[in-house]
Design a protein around this ligand. Structure first.
Ligand code: PEP
Ligand code: MG
Length: 858
């Protein structure tokens, strides 16, 4: 392909695939008013910028967001990816060329991550601009959709008559003192264009000098090539008839920021306003693209189920408050009485939920009441009132500061509590001001999208109209997710930010099980999904009707299907769904809301009550406290750690505070004999020494009480070392393993299990994880011992035959999954399961593993 027609015409070839947008419509006056030059903009669909002409790379901007090419004809073309992208400091951009390099049309110049730019920049619109306007006599932009490297985006007629204006003759030659550049991102395209426009008002030659570098102040390309950064010292020189006026105007223009807001430069110490300097090499791995499909948005699965409906964006309007007040005492009284009224409301809400047996949500509002009594929060508000602020202003500042502090914590659960603080803070603010947030009218079949939903929003949702929701914040363990699960509303948390720009009324499908939101589906696709929903519901009914029967393969091999529970209520709920006992009592959940440690007796009573809720002889596996990592326990604060998931977590906390572990061991021993068969296991065992130490503590407590001989003691296999050394662990005095695949997968793959961007990859069906499980089964069976699986994969019917084939003796699932897991066991023979397992561990990817087992949706 040639881009030169005769000698005076040049075609610019599409540097990106996308839709052409007239330069005048770019929402940045510097481009729209052609201050940088004439050109065209592209709304891109591809993420690799290609050369639009043959030529030399004159300059690649330090933030790798822009590049200039000069053709042999002297045409200078600036390609500027997105708007305000300079602020990204190179994040998400990877330069493929260097200054001085020759390129041909279609060569790769810069690769960039569309998602990252879409999220962090003002716009993705990418400008293709001729910066030396003098060199052209016309530019005709094209319209429509273009394909990178193929279609023409603009035709240019070169101005052959034009020559560089010759040097100015006569007049004065002046130079300024060194001028400090105040712009946070230096002289990038926008301030450079403003400077050029200013310089062009004068006849004199104007030069910028930094050390040995010089640039003509009337050439945007020359200025950008100099890569002037914040804090650089520039000397301005002018020469010509209006040299003095030009010098004053340019120096004044530069010091006042050339139209940008510039925080003052520091006299010494760190410059916090500067956008971080870009290293020679850009960040190689920017934010990974979440999905290659513009119609598919990814997040974290927060509550399972499919929702088909129309989008409604939920925004919270700010309540307007006066900043100052005159009577401090009156303001304090107003605040106290608003808090009292909010407390009354909360307690009414709590009692209503308790009456409806919704203990989980009742507990959340009980926690809100506790927040309102937090001395720290009240102190922040009081001191603002003391300084003359009105009660609403002081209160709003206090709860927002407090919430921001929590949100800044690395711990996902604590950060999730920021939302609770904002929620209850808003409740008091409404009381204080009498301004209630309008509850929006929600149409039928609504999929709500919001940055965040407060627990109050979620608890008061009209279940009959909301068929799903997605939030850009939060994770699978946020309160919002917990409430969504308890309301049985499909939900996705941590969804991509672009979800917030989906227009109200857009038809979407939300898959709370996969953590996805899909747009632009055809009628036929939607019909297919609705039919699928019906099939799933019918299968659910069928599975439920057989829930009480054992889970036996077609050739008579029985697998024990038990429940994961967080307390007594769960144990009671699990029984009618066919649970054959409890495979994991997350004991830390039982006392989550408490401010002080439960006594030995309190714990013993609770474990006894749970044991009694099961049928006699059914297993009850109690896991000792698993705090640390993402699980805080208010009465057991863990000092902040750099890497909490690799720090004092699980049984390590028990070693650190042996009295806590010993008390719990005694309580468990005391609950033995209450009906269920009791088992105890320790979380996060990583070494043989961990196990021996934990077992020694148990044995000492049992010996001291003269009891506990009938309680079997086991290991939670959550750390890969246990799977790798399964034979050595199996040879110990250990009764069983229970595999926590949530953590095991996370530690095997070195991926945070709650990370919204990695969620899709943290798949327990990864062959590496399955191999560890298979190995552990073999090692235990060789010693006549058993293995259970209590991580999330045990609740995944697709994985069930593989887990059974690997040798799992027990599957401990989330309560709602029990009937489907039992049905999945019944669908296969043990031989089929073994064959699947053998193939699975030979697969290369989780996708290959999943492809082995068809999903049975009924
Ligand atoms: C696991 O890690 O798989 C597990 C069951 O423990 P938790 O999810 O409570 O960390
Ligand atoms: Mg775990």
């Amino acid at each position: 392909m040639t881009q030169t027609l005769a000698s005076t015409r040049v075609q610019l070839i599409a540097p990106l695939t996308g839709i052409l947008v007239p330069i005048e419509m770019v929402p940045d006056p510097v481009f729209a008013k052609k201050m940088v030059g004439d050109g065209i903009s592209i709304d891109p669909l591809s993420g690799v910028l290609l050369a639009p002409i043959d030529g030399e790379v004159v300059n690649v901007q330090p933030a790798k967001h822009a590049v200039t090419i000069r053709s042999a004809d002297g045409l200078e073309v600036l390609l500027h990816i997105g708007l305000d992208t300079v602020r990204m400091g190179g994040k998400g951009f990877q330069a493929k060329v260097k200054a001085g390099q020759q390129v041909s049309v279609g060569d790769e110049l810069i690769a960039f991550d569309l998602d990252t730019v879409a999220k962090e920049a003002l716009s993705l619109l990418t400008q293709v601009v001729v910066t030396n306007s003098d060199a052209i006599s016309s530019l005709t932009p094209m319209t429509g959709m273009v394909t990178a490297g193929q279609d023409v985006v603009a035709e240019i007629v070169l101005n052959q008559a034009s020559a560089e204006a010759g040097p100015v003759v006569g007049g004065r030659a002046l130079s300024s003192e060194a001028v400090l550049i105040p712009n946070p991102t230096g002289l990038h395209a926008r301030p450079a264009a403003t400077l050029v426009a200013l310089a062009k008002q004068f006849d004199s030659d104007i030069t910028l000098r930094r050390g040995d570098d010089t640039a003509n102040a009337k050439s945007i390309m020359a200025i950008m090539s100099m890569a002037v950064a914040r804090g650089d010292k520039i000397i301005v020189s002018t020469h010509g008839p209006d040299a003095e006026a030009a010098l004053n105007a340019v120096v004044e223009g530069i010091t006042s920021g050339l139209g940008e807001d510039c925080p003052p430069l520091p006299l010494g110490g760190p410059d916090t306003a500067a956008v971080p300097a870009v290293d020679a090499e850009p960040e190689r791995v920017s934010e990974a693209p979440r999905s290659g499909d513009p119609n598919l948005l990814l997040g974290v699965a927060a509550s399972p189920g499919l929702g088909v409906g129309q989008v409604m964006q939920l925004h919270h309007e700010d309540i307007v408050v006066a900043e100052f007040a005159t009577d401090k005492h009156l303001e304090r009284r107003k605040l106290n009485s608003a808090i009292d009224r909010a407390l009354l409301d909360l307690s009414a809400l709590q009692s209503r939920l308790e009456k409806e047996s919704d203990e989980q949500n009742a507990a959340i509002f009980a926690a809100h009441a506790t927040i309102l009594q937090d001395p720290d929060l009240l102190d922040i508000a009081s001191s603002a009132i003391e300084k003359g602020n009105s009660a609403p202003f002081a209160w709003r500042g206090a709860f927002q500061t407090y919430a921001d502090r929590l949100a800044g914590l690395k711990n996902e659960i604590l950060a999730g509590r920021a939302n609770d603080v904002r929620d209850v803070g808003q409740r008091v603010l409404e009381e204080l001001t009498g301004q209630r947030r309008e509850k929006p009218e929600i149409p039928e079949n609504t999929i709500l999208i919001a940055e965040d939903l407060t627990p109050s929003d979620t608890a008061t949702l009209d279940r009959s109209r909301v068929v799903g929701f997605a939030t850009t914040s939060g994770g699978a363990s946020s309160h919002v997710a917990i409430i969504a699960r308890s309301l049985d509303i499909p939900a996705v948390a941590g969804i991509e930010g672009r979800a917030l720009s989906i227009a109200d009324g857009t038809r979407v499908v939300l898959d709370g099980g996969k953590g996805t939101l899909q747009m632009n589906l055809s009628d036929a696709q939607i019909d297919g999904i609705v039919a699928r929903q019906r099939r799933i519901a019918a299968k659910r009914e069928r599975d439920l009707s057989h829930a009480g029967e054992p889970a036996t393969t077609t050739d008579g091999h029985q697998v024990h299907v038990v429940a994961n529970i967080g307390g007594l209520q769960d144990a009671q709920d699990a029984m009618p769904l066919g649970a054959e006992g409890v495979g994991l009592l997350r004991s830390e959940f039982v006392f989550l809301g408490r401010q002080s440690a439960p006594s030995e007796q309190e714990q013993a009573t609770l474990y006894t009550d749970i044991a009694k809720a099961l049928k006699p002889g059914q297993p009850l596996v109690i896991r000792t406290l698993d705090v640390g990592g993402d699980k805080p326990l208010p009465y057991l604060p863990i000092p902040a750690e750099e890497n909490p998931f690799l720090g004092v977590r699980g049984v390590r906390v028990g070693f650190d505070r042996p009295e806590v572990l010993r008390t719990q061991c005694r309580a468990i021993i005391k609950a033995a004999g209450a009906g269920a068969e009791l088992f105890v296991m320790f979380p996060m065992i990583a070494t043989i020494d961990d196990w021996r130490f934990a077992k020694q503590i148990w044995d000492e407590e049992a010996a001291a009480l003269g009891a506990g001989a009938d309680v079997k003691v086991g290991i939670m296999m959550e750390v890969p070392s246990v799977g790798v050394m399964a034979e050595q662990f199996a040879a110990e005095d250990v009764a069983f393993f229970s595999v926590g695949t949530n953590d095991l997968t996370s530690y095997t793959l070195a991926m945070d299990r709650g990370h919204p961007k990695l969620a899709a990859q943290v798949d327990p069906c990864n062959p590496a994880v399955l191999k560890l499980i298979g190995q552990a089964c073999d090692a235990l069976h060789a010693k006549g011992k058993w293995l259970g699986i209590c991580g999330g994969v045990a609740s995944d019917p697709q994985a069930v035959p593989i887990l059974v084939g690997l040798g799992a003796d027990e599957l401990s699932c989330s309560i709602p999954a029990i009937p489907a897991v039992k049905a999945a066991v019944r669908a296969y023979s043990l031989d089929q399961c073994k064959a699947l397992a053998a193939k699975a561990i030979k697969c290369s990817t989780p996708a290959e593993v999943r492809a082995l087992v068809p999903v049975d949706e009924g």
